[in-house]
Design a protein around this ligand. Sequence first.
Ligand code: BGC
Length: 725
Amino acid sequence: MKKIIEKEFAIDYLNKYGSQMTIGNGYLGIRGALEEDYPEQVRGMYVAGIYNRPSGSTSSELVNLPDVTRFHLTLDGEVFSMLTGTIHSYERYLDMNTGELIRKITWENSAHKKYQINFRRFVSKVAKHLIAAKLEVTPLTGDMKVKVRTGIDGQQTNFGTQQLKELSLRIFDEERMVGEYQTIESKQQIVVATKVNAKGAFTAKNRQLMTAVEQNVAANETFTLEKISSVNTSLSKTDEVLPNTTYLELKKETDLAWEKFWKQTGVEIKSTNTFDQFALDFASYHLEIMTPKDDIRCSVGAKGLTGEGYKGHVFWDTEIFILPFFLYNQPKIAKQLLQYRYLHLKEAQEKALENGYKGALYPWESAFSGVEETPEFAAINIRTGTRQKVASAISEHHLVADIAFAVCEYAAATKDTAFMMNCGAEMLLETAEFWISRTTNRNGRLEILDVIGPDEYTEHIDNNAYTNYMAYFNVKKAMEWNKENQPFQKRAEKFLANLYLPVANESGLIPQDDTFLQKDWINLDKYKANQGTQGILLDYSRQEVNELQILKQADLVMLFYLLPATFETKVMKRNLDYYEKRTIHDSSLSKAIHAIVENRIGDRKQAYQFFQEACLIDLGTEPHSSDDGLHAAALGAIWLAVIFGFAGIDTREELLQITPNLPDAWQSLTFEFVWKGERIGFKITPKMLELSKTTTSVLELIINGEKHSFTDKLTINFEQKDVSL
Ligand code: BGC
């Protein structure tokens, strides 16, 4: 049952469900806000790539566009609200099978008249500009006079910041309402059009273009109103702004498109905990609707198109956590995500130059223009009035190697040499040149100083293990793809020969950076119990946190995930244990990666525990944790944990390697995986691995450490072992 269900109306959870019940198609996303207004409710519609930089701000924001989802409903003179009258039954769910959001309410007003009210809406998965909504009201006790006010509401803002200039509001053919807008600074054009299938009285006032439809309806008859809307922008226009179509017609084609998606991309988990399947479906659904499908100018923001958190900016989240889902399901989309970075190579080169480096230094946070968008300051300390500077833009450089890593992952998984020749090799070269210029020679040893690793609780440190190893990987791969470039080969060889790569000390610990192991340790139980809330920062200043062994997420564990072959299992285990004790998991990117690494070292019980906790990041019971949008990377990581953790797939070498290790609660795991142009069917149980494909080529691969090959079908029987080191 692929349904996100809200069983009862609770005002405290409005915005969390608003994020969870987002509908969309990668071009646009519409939050699951209720049709009627409530104080604090955040309504939002976002189109990928439509940003605006408000005056006085250093960063652009994903623009909250004029709304078409609001329905002001008056029944027999009383305004419908779930805060008044009596709710006799309530049901709201997002059907992930079809992308349709449905709400059914039996409501009694203050005069004791009862009504059945149903709302439905979806975004087309075929005609990406279109949105369909439907309202049905049935009076259950006598006749009713219904009045519905709806249209285009240009009063939407980003928490008070007005991003749009209204250019025109017009009615065409006594039916179509059209609003034209322009983003104030970025000068993007937005055209929102809508129409309902009933005659009404039009008004245009206070940035709202509305129609009011009134009807008398007999008892037990159903009043139905359909509303079809479209959003076009200067980034993507259709010839026909608003086609003549019905809710049902649009839905039929969208249903088929979703069916195809689930057939190819769906992962089936047979588990005694049905929540596992639900969490994975939730992740797949959202990854699909947050990712642009046909525009290399857009990438995926840290909250997708589900809210305004992180201002819609693109982080390393995309390449490391989200891209693999597409790479191994719909490689074309993974390629587009990389093309977005290629498109902005120039801005990355400029940033490198401005900071005194060579090559390409990608911005820590990116939006439409490809320049650095990280806000200069973080939240204000309201006791002192001071703002903390955000150091990521100047020091969090690992992103450069993360992008290079994704390029290599793409090259390994596809046979797309054209992409590598046209874009990939150059991206690797430029990112490698950055690293070469980023080092400092200290007594003949090359070191990378003053960085922030993925663990953002430790700033301005030297020789961050994650950064150094990833930079090494980046330069090594760049050499493989730029063999003809002799001057570069020489520089790169010198870099690889002299770069300092921290190794395990006599107690088996790899230092996260030059000073980490010398710092004091404090008991983190209290903060771990409230992980994800950054509660530590209420008790300790950032400076104090920086001086203690406190991790937001563990750099070494992240590194073990990405480069497993580089480290021995016993080293991974020792460091995982050590660093986990010091990790609060305040980053939503943390837990699922721990699940993968735990599984690789053989502790599937602990791995499953981490996996289950990772699934709760957006689906837990805490009311406000996802109000400003879902954690896109954490959703990607749920999929990673299943495929690279429990299914045990490893794509780092030329041959695909599979070492399955399913949680004890799972009876089977079934999915498809695209590898070097072939779609491979996987079925895994605790005792068996079954692979199938429809092509005639011979595929060589390594299963549980042994080489195998097959054409159309392969079955391997094995025993899952409890490995405890
Ligand atoms: C994490 C970063 C991440 C960003 C956006 C931060 O809290 O520490 O690693 O890129 O959120 O998701």
